[in-house]
Design a protein around this ligand. Sequence first.
Ligand code: DX5
Ligand code: ZN
Length: 214
Amino acid sequence: MVMKLSASILSIQHDSAIKEKISKLLNSSINYLHLDIMDGNFVANKTWEYNEMVNLLPRNTKNLDVHLMVNDVKKYVYDFALLKPVYITFQLEAVNNPLEIINLIKEHDIKVGIAIKPNTPISFLNDYFALVDLVLVMSVEPGLGGQKFLDDSVKKIEELYSIREKNNYKYVIEVDGGINDRTVSYCSKCDIIVVGSFITNGNYEERIKQLKAK
Ligand code: DX5
Ligand code: ZN
C-alpha cells in the first residue's frame, strides 16, 4: 500500500485505557493520528476540547491529523494549532468564509485540509483546490465511528484525482469512514486513508498489516 494510514481514535473515546491505546498506536506503523474533534453542534456527538486532548497525548506528539467537525471553526483552529499538527481539516459546510479559515490555518504554519460530507458535491470546492494541501472525502456521515463505507465516495475520489492531474494542483486526497480490509481496495487513488474501528476493534498491528497488504 503506497498510501499513508491515519488512525482515528473516535471509537475508543470512552475507553478507560484510551491513553495507553493512543501510545500503542503512536508506536505502531501508522503515519498519522487522526483526531476527530466534534462540538455536539455541527454533529450530535461531542468529543475532545483542547485541554482534554492534550491530557491524552504524550507531550510533543508529532504527525497529528486534526479533523474539525465543529461550527466555531476559528476557535478550534486557535486551540488545536497549539498541538502543532501536520494538518487541520475543517468541514466546508460549517463555514461561510472558507478563504478566511484557509488563511488562518496557513498563518499558523499548518497544512490546510478541507472536508466535504457525502452529499456535498465536489464542485463546491472549485474555488479552493489551488489553495489547500488536503481534500478530505467523508465516506460516511460525520459524527460516528463504525459506519458502512458509502460507495458513492469512489466517484468523488476519481473526480478529485482527475481534477488534480488536469490542473496540476498539489492537494493530497484523504478518505475517511468505513474503511476496512475490503473497502480499502476502493481507495487506491487516495494518498491517505483514515481508519478507526477496523484497527481499534482488533489487534492493532495485525489490522494495520492487513490494510498495508492491500
Ligand atoms: C467520523 C470520523 C471518522 C471516523 C472513522 O465522523 O470523521 O474519522 O472516526 O471511523 P471508522 O473507521 O470506524 O469509520
Ligand atoms: Zn475523521
